[in-house]
Design a protein around this ligand. Structure first.
Ligand code: B12
Ligand code: SF4
Ligand code: SF4
Length: 324
């Protein structure tokens, strides 16, 4: 058991340790019910908006109820890490011929590994100082509604493009959590919606995936198509890709919160790999399995597999100078 003085010390201790580990923001939430969000998730799944992401449906009960996932949880420590890196010369610029485009989140090393390591280090420093505390670390793949908890913990709000936006770094932040078995005072939730009357992301999305504000039809999202979709593309799906071969950043690139507040991350591991940001269509088309393995070692983009990446390239003509 921890006494009340130790409980009071723990929050600033975690805040400092998280900052030392490179996190931009940290906040605390109680594992209270997600009635509204659970209903929204159920509707999204019922409407089939998750496409072939069956894993979203499979662990729905745990996503809706964090105690079903980790019964001892008393506090959700929500964390955000800035991953924005300045676009290198020659990328992400619309020209007469569209260059191959690759989303910022996968330019450098795989965030899953990096953040999991940092979260485990954070948990390790907590348990070293307070051996009574137990917990687990989550990032992305755990059945946790990360954006919702980040909002509850005061980190920011979900914009109309559905990503969580922080005042400090815009939406170019990865999210992660520690689920702790000790009850800490929650932070005030972020209750403002600072999108106001802006609709830049909705207007810019080229596929209509953001068919209503705050809602996404993943089946029409280029990020889903290039990363999560399995199998071949229909002609309509291939038409939607618009030069993106891994992920899509359009709705984030046009967001005024990103344009105004995003600052390059100090995290070296997220800096762009040269090949990813400079390769032309022909370089990608010629990429052998061995080169794929070497160039994308430790990259989040391995998720699509060699075949998936080749499919994304081939679907777009894959010839330098081609009008796309
Ligand atoms: C599934 C998934 C995807 C899917 C679906 C995207 C989505 N919006 O859910 C696909 C493959 C398309 C995807 C794409 C991307 N993803 Co993704 N993804 C996830 C994952 C695993 C689950 C998200 C989820 O629960 N979706 C379910 C749907 C129902 O949630 P939702 O869209 O937020 O829906 C809510 C709103 O619609 C709201 N709602 C409904 N009606 C209304 C009405 C009003 C008025 C309001 C206010 C709200 C509202 O209720 C819903 C439930 O809360 C999370 C990790 C995690 N464990 O949470 C990462 C995560 C969301 N992804 C992330 C990233 C980085 C991306 C990409 C930017 C990658 C890229 N560049 O290509 C894109 C962004 C595309 C986009 N515009 O969202 C980050 C986002 C970080 C952030 N700042 O928010 C996360 C958190 C991973 C991480 N650990 O950092 N992703
Ligand atoms: S990631 Fe691209 S396709 Fe998906 S919602 Fe945003 S702009 Fe639309
Ligand atoms: S582009 Fe505008 S509407 Fe979309 S998330 Fe950003 S502020 Fe909100």
């Amino acid at each position: 058991m921890m006494d009340s003085a130790q409980v009071a010390e723990l929050k600033p201790f975690i805040g400092q340790a998280a900052a030392d580990l490179g996190f931009l923001k940290v906040g605390f939430a109680r594992p209270e019910g997600l009635e509204q969000e659970a209903g929204d998730l159920a509707q999204w799944l019922t409407e089939g908006r998750h496409g072939t992401m069956d894993w979203m449906a499979r662990r729905q009960a745990e996503r809706k109820d964090i105690e079903a996932y980790y019964p001892p949880v008393k506090t959700i420590v929500a964390l955000a890490m800035n991953y924005f890196t300045k676009p290198p010369e020659g990328t992400a610029t619309a020209t007469a011929t569209i260059p191959p485009r690759w989303s910022n989140y996968a330019w450098g090393d795989d965030y899953h590994r990096l953040i999991k390591k940092r979260l485990k280090a954070l948990l390790g420093s907590i348990t070293a100082a307070y051996p009574q505390v137990g917990g687990i670390a989550c990032v992305d793949t755990s059945p946790v509604m990360e954006k919702v908890w980040a909002g509850r913990a005061g980190l920011g709000w979900q914009g109309k493009h559905t990503n969580l936006i922080t005042r400090e770094g815009g939406s170019w932040v990865f999210l992660g959590e520690l689920l702790l078995d000790v009850a800490l005072a929650p932070d005030p939730p972020f209750e403002q919606d600072l999108c106001g009357s802006c609709t830049a992301c909705l207007d810019a999305c080229p596929t209509g995936a953001l068919d209503q504000p705050y809602q996404i039809d993943a089946r029409r999202c280029i990020s889903y198509l290039t990363i999560e979709h399995r199998g071949t593309f229909s002609a309509e799906q291939a038409q939607m890709l618009g030069g993106w071969i891994y992920g899509c950043d359009i709705c984030q690139e046009v967001c005024p919160w990103n344009i105004t507040f995003a600052r390059p991350t100090s995290e070296e591991a997220f800096s762009p790999r040269e090949f990813i940001t400079t390769a032309g269509w022909d370089d990608w088309a010629e990429l052998s399995r061995e080169q794929w393995d070497a160039r994308l070692r430790g990259s989040a983009a391995r998720r699509a597999g060699y075949e998936g990446l080749k499919r994304n390239i081939q679907a777009q003509g894959a010839s330098d100078g081609a009008e796309l």
